[in-house]
Design a protein around this ligand. Structure first.
Ligand code: FES
Length: 105
């Protein structure tokens, strides 16, 4: 099990990266909901972020890969444009316990 952070540590339309027992992951808060994905671009398998905790495009509306610019829906990880168009980010099972985002074992 890995505790990522409190849901209150994430502002809306922001993201944070974490090490976890299932490998590197990141969490996004969007429209008050939390989404967690593996930090792995479906194109080349590399980490996605531009800078630590920067996984989103400049408007905070889509997840963007820093390597070749692929854009992904925050809600389902679907790649909308870029070299892996049509592929998906890998969602990470998680629960919210006492306002903490937790990846169970
Ligand atoms: S590695 Fe992410 S778009 Fe190419």
């Amino acid at each position: 099990m890995t505790v990522l952070c409190s849901i209150h540590d994430l502002e809306d339309s922001t993201s944070k990266g974490f090490a976890s027992h299932v490998g590197p992951v990141f969490a996004v808060k969007y429209d008050g909901q939390i989404f967690v994905y593996k930090n792995e671009c479906p194109h080349l398998g590399v980490n996605l972020e531009f800078q630590p905790d920067e996984f989103l495009d400049s408007e905070g509306q889509l997840i963007q890969c820093s390597t070749h610019g692929a854009l992904f829906n925050i809600e389902d990880g679907h790649c909308l444009s870029g070299p892996c168009q049509g592929d998906y980010l890998t969602p990470v099972e998680h629960v919210i316990e006492d306002d903490q985002i937790v990846i169970p074992k």
